[in-house]
Design a protein around this ligand. Structure first.
Ligand SMILES: N[C@@H](CCC(=O)N[C@@H](CS)C(=O)NCC(=O)O)C(=O)O
Length: 183
């Protein structure tokens, strides 16, 4: 989505589970995601996001705003990381995911909703779009699947922000055309 927003061409390579054992040893830390920039691999999602944020100017207007963008990203990722994305039993996966949303994700949303007070027309940090807004949009997208009414009622400012993100022309085009992903 950062590439889409920046209108920079990229190759989106998805790995099937059955291909993974062969590819794993070739990855710098044996994990995904990995971003390749001129054949140099950059693993770790946080490093990738921060690198692209700097390259594409999606990390705030100042060093202080960049710290706030990171702070929002770190907190959301920390809460979402408890979601069992690889659980094979679908019923268990939904049950555990709902529990994590209630116990870990929504308390973070409450804080972010609070932070949006007085900045309803802006973004999550300042008045410029950053990757922290993308994190809000992305996680909100998943939370709304399982708790549509709850999310709309409890977090109206974040819902408004997520809608605004999804209406940005390049983001909207990416959402429309992106590969369908089972997660
Ligand atoms: N801290 C790493 C975690 C990466 C990670 O957990 N990757 C998982 C997929 S989401 C993975 O590659 N799992 C397969 C494996 O470890 O064999 C990041 O943020 O990029």
């Amino acid at each position: 989505m950062m590439f889409a927003e920046a209108d920079v061409a990229f190759e989106d390579i998805r790995v099937e589970m059955k291909e993974w054992p062969n590819i794993k040893p070739q990855m710098p830390f044996g994990q995904l995601p990995v971003l390749y920039v001129e054949n140099i691999p950059i693993p770790q999602s946080g490093s990738i996001i921060r690198y692209l944020g700097r390259e594409f100017g999606l990390n705030g207007r100042s060093s202080l705003e960049t710290a706030q963008v990171d702070m929002v990203e770190r907190r959301i990722v920390c809460a979402m990381s408890k979601i069992p994305i690889f659980e094979k039993d679908k019923a268990k996966k939904i049950k555990k995911t709902k529990e994590v949303m209630l116990s870990d994700v929504f308390p973070v949303y409450e804080k972010l909703e609070e932070m949006q007070k007085g900045n309803e027309d802006g973004f999550i940090v300042g008045d410029e779009f950053t990757y922290a807004d993308l994190l809000v949009y992305n996680t909100m997208f998943f939370c709304k699947i399982l708790f549509p009414d709850y999310v709309e009622e409890k977090f109206p400012k974040l819902v408004k922000l997520a809608d605004k993100v999804s209406r940005r022309p390049r983001i909207a085009k990416w959402i429309e055309n992106r590969p369908k992903c089972p997660f």
